[in-house]
Design a protein. Structure first.
Length: 117
């Protein structure tokens, strides 16, 4: 059973940047699409970005397009989310997940990102 651990969250001012990491242990991310999601208090979980197994294709949610970039290093079993031009509405707990077939079945515990205005 793979374990995913997110890190890199914190408090940042609006307009700033953060880089989140998601490290896998006990299993591999190679061959799997990986995704980032977020959930703000009182809101439903929202898709942020995903990346195919080989890194050839990435997809971003509409609210983060041109501001967030997902990448991966399969050798390090790590997925990254580079976030720039952060806004207060980006405040949320950010989760990474591994996709099996059509569903994201393995999730990390999340990392808090807080953007102050």
């Amino acid at each position: 059973q793979v374990q995913l651990v997110e890190s890199g969250g914190g408090l940042v001012q609006a307009g700033g940047s953060l880089r989140l990491s998601c490290a896998a242990s006990g299993g591999t991310i190679s061959g799997y699409t990986m995704g980032w999601f977020r959930q703000a208090p009182g809101k439903e979980r929202e898709f942020v970005a995903s990346i195919t197994w080989d890194g050839a294709s990435t997809y971003n949610g509409d609210s983060v397009k041109r501001r967030f970039t997902i990448s991966r290093d399969n050798a390090k079993r790590t997925v990254y989310l580079q976030m720039s031009s952060l806004k207060p509405e980006d405040t949320a707990v950010y989760y990474c997940a591994r996709k099996w077939s059509t569903e994201y079945t393995d999730w990390g515990q999340g990392t808090q990102v807080t953007v102050s205005s």
